[in-house]
Design a protein around this ligand. Structure first.
Ligand code: PMT
Length: 222
């Protein structure tokens, strides 16, 4: 509610996958359902924040009190996030952004030609977090790291390389992380590490919102 731990704070969240079109009927995507980011949006709104949720193509209802902006591609997500970030106190990047897009989008459905294969040329997408980190008045930056192995080491590397304030690392694959209801998170910052054991994403989101509120209030340890 209005008196919650994030009252008066403006929270920007990205959620879901991006779809990168190949032709009018095909795309490159990933397995993100949007659940984790939508749960953070709901928890932040419940904590009294003014919430903007930039959502990739997902099938989820908008949490109460949240302003939602729907996008499809990484470049659209980049534009929507950069636009809103200048008016935000914190940016939580829970989206699984496609690292690459087809260099050219075919105007017509690509047809098979004999028995031959098809090569797609890919171009790297912009790094949304890196560009938010470059803003003159950057919000508190909370990244996510989805890894199938060496979760903590890779997450620490991302925290530093992407100049984040906090990273929420999760193991994916083998029934964890993407698509499912439950998750577990390891929160890592320059001054600490905290494990949030396996729980429904809505519960983890409430705990993450509590940690974010502490950091906004006093830059407390992770
Ligand atoms: O949506 P769900 O099904 O609930 O699944 C949740 C989740 C597993 C997708 C989520 O918890 C999660 O981990 N999201 C990040 C997924 C990811 O693949 O991250 P990454 O390692 O590619 O990127 C690291 C960080 O950089 C992320 O915060 C990402 O949003 C950001 N990024 C990545 C690429 C890019 N071009 N721009 C970015 O800002």
């Amino acid at each position: 509610g209005r008196g919650g731990v994030l009252a008066g704070r403006r929270v920007l969240i990205s959620a879901g996958p991006t779809f990168e079109d190949i032709d009018p009927v095909r795309f490159l995507g990933n397995r993100s359902s949007g659940r984790m980011g939508f749960a953070v949006a709901e928890a932040a709104a419940e904590a009294g924040a003014e919430v903007v949720l930039v959502a990739g193509p997902v099938h989820l209802p908008t949490p109460a009190g949240v302003r939602r902006i729907d996008v499809r591609s990484a470049r659209q997500m980049h534009a929507a996030v950069l636009d809103a970030a200048v008016r935000s106190d914190v940016y939580v990047a829970a989206a699984a952004v496609g690292d690459f897009r087809p260099t050219e989008v075919a105007a017509h459905k690509i047809k098979k030609r004999g028995d031959g294969g098809l090569s797609l040329e890919l171009t790297q997408n912009p790094d949304i977090l890196a560009d938010v980190a470059d803003l003159p008045q950057r919000p508190l930056l909370v990244g996510f790291a989805a890894e199938t192995e060496n979760v903590e080491a890779y997450a620490r590397a991302k925290l530093e390389r992407k100049r984040l304030d906090l990273i929420a690392a999760n193991q994916v694959g083998g029934g964890l992380g993407f698509e499912v209801e439950d998750n577990s998170l390891t929160l890592i910052s320059a001054d600490g590490i905290r494990h949030l054991p396996t729980a429904p994403k809505r519960e983890l989101a409430r705990q993450l919102v509590g940690v974010i509120a502490e950091r906004l209030a006093g830059r407390a340890a992770a």
